[in-house]
Design a protein around this ligand. Structure first.
Ligand code: ADP
Length: 269
C-alpha cells in the first residue's frame, strides 16, 4: 500500500461522469467523527468547496482542523455523514480514485519524505501512477521547478532545511497533478524568507486548495474564504477580511487577530 499522501496504483475507472465533473470539488454533509478512544473531534460539519477555491481552515489547537483535513483523502472515514470529492463519496472502495484527485501535504515533511534523493522522492508518486519513465522525469522536473527546488534534486531529503523539506514535500504532491491540494500547517517552522516563498507559491496555484493554519497573514494573502472551527464545528464561513475583523468571534474561538501583514504578498487575488 502507498503511504497515505501518495497515490494508489489502481487505475480503476478514472473517467468522471458528467455528474462528477459538475459536482463541487469537496462536499462534507453532516460529517461527525470521534476517535476510537471516544474523543469527539468533528460534529455535524457541512461544507461545500467549489473547484479552484482557496479555503483556509483556522481554529485553536484541538478545534478539529487536522481531523477535517484527514477526511478529505480518506485517511479517516466518517462515523456519520458523508464526504464527497468531485461528487465521488469517499469510502474504502473509492480511496484509490479519491487519492488520485487529492494531494495531501503533511505538517511534518519527515512523514512524507523517505527516498534516498529528492529526485527519487518526487518521482515516487508519478511512478506509482503508472507513467512512463520519461513522463515521470518531466513531472519531477516541473514540480521541482515550481517550488524552486530544482537545485536540490540530488540531495538527500533528510539533510535539507525545514523550508527545503516543505518545498520538496509539496513538489512530491504536485508531481501527481492533483486537482485538490490539502495542506496541514504549511508555514509552521519556516523562517520568514521560507514563509514568504511558500505564500507566493500557494498564491500561484490554480487548483482547489484547503489549508489548515494558524498563520492568519498567510490566510489573508492566499485565501478568499476561511472556515473558523471551534470544538469540532465550523462556526463561521466567510471572507478573511470580514471574519478577522469580528473580534468577538476571534475571542470566542481563542484566535488572535492577524498582525496586518500578508507575508509581504498583499491580499489574495
Ligand atoms: P487541530 O488540528 O485543530 O489542532 P485535531 O483535529 O488534531 O485539532 O483534534 C481535534 C480533537 O481530536 C482534539 O480534542 C484532539 O485532542 C483529538 N484527537 C486528535 N487526534 C486524536 C487521536 N489520534 N486520538 C484521540 N483523540 C485525538
Amino acid at each position: 500500500m502507498s503511504p497515505p499522501g501518495r497515490p494508489e496504483t489502481d487505475r480503476g475507472s478514472s473517467e468522471h461522469s458528467a455528474k462528477q465533473v459538475s459536482a463541487p470539488a469537496v462536499e462534507l454533509r453532516g460529517l461527525s467523527y470521534a476517535y476510537p478512544d471516544g474523543t469527539p473531534a468533528l460534529s455535524d460539519v457541512d461544507v461545500c468547496i467549489a473547484h479552484g477555491e482557496a479555503v483556509a481552515v483556522v481554529g485553536a489547537n484541538g478545534a478539529g482542523k487536522s481531523t477535517l483535513l484527514q477526511h478529505l483523502n480518506g485517511l479517516l472515514l466518517p462515523n456519520q455523514g458523508e464526504v464527497a470529492i468531485d461528487g465521488l463519496p469517499v469510502t474504502r472502495a473509492t480511496l484509490p480514485r479519491v487519492r488520485r484527485s487529492v494531494g495531501f501535504v503533511f505538517q511534518d515533511a519527515d512523514d512524507q519524505l523517505f527516498m534516498p534523493t529528492v529526485r527519487d522522492d518526487v518521482a515516487f508518486g508519478p511512478s506509482n501512477q503508472g507513467l512512463q519513465a520519461q513522463q515521470v522525469q518531466a513531472r519531477v522536473s516541473a514540480a521541482l521547478e515550481a517550488v524552486g527546488a530544482a537545485h536540490l534534486a540530488k540531495r538527500a531529503p533528510y539533510r535539507l532545511s525545514g523550508g527545503e523539506k516543505r518545498a520538496v514535500a509539496i513538489a512530491g504532491v504536485l508531481a501527481m497533478e492533483p486537482s485538490i491540494l490539502v495542506l496541514d500547517e504549511p508555514s509552521s517552522g519556516l523562517d520568514p524568507a521560507g514563509r514568504r516563498r511558500l505564500i507566493e507559491l500557494l498564491r500561484s496555484f490554480s487548483m482547489t486548495r484547503v489549508i489548515a493554519t494558524h498563520d492568519l497573514d498567510l490566510v489573508l494573502a492566499v485565501c478568499k474564504r476561511v472556515l473558523v472551527m471551534h470544538e469540532g464545528r465550523v462556526v463561521a464561513d466567510g471572507s478573511p477580511i470580514d471574519l478577522f475583523a469580528d473580534l468577538a468571534l476571534l475571542r470566542r474561538c481563542h484566535l488572535e487577530p492577524p498582525l496586518g501583514g500578508t507575508g509581504g504578498a498583499g491580499p489574495a487575488r
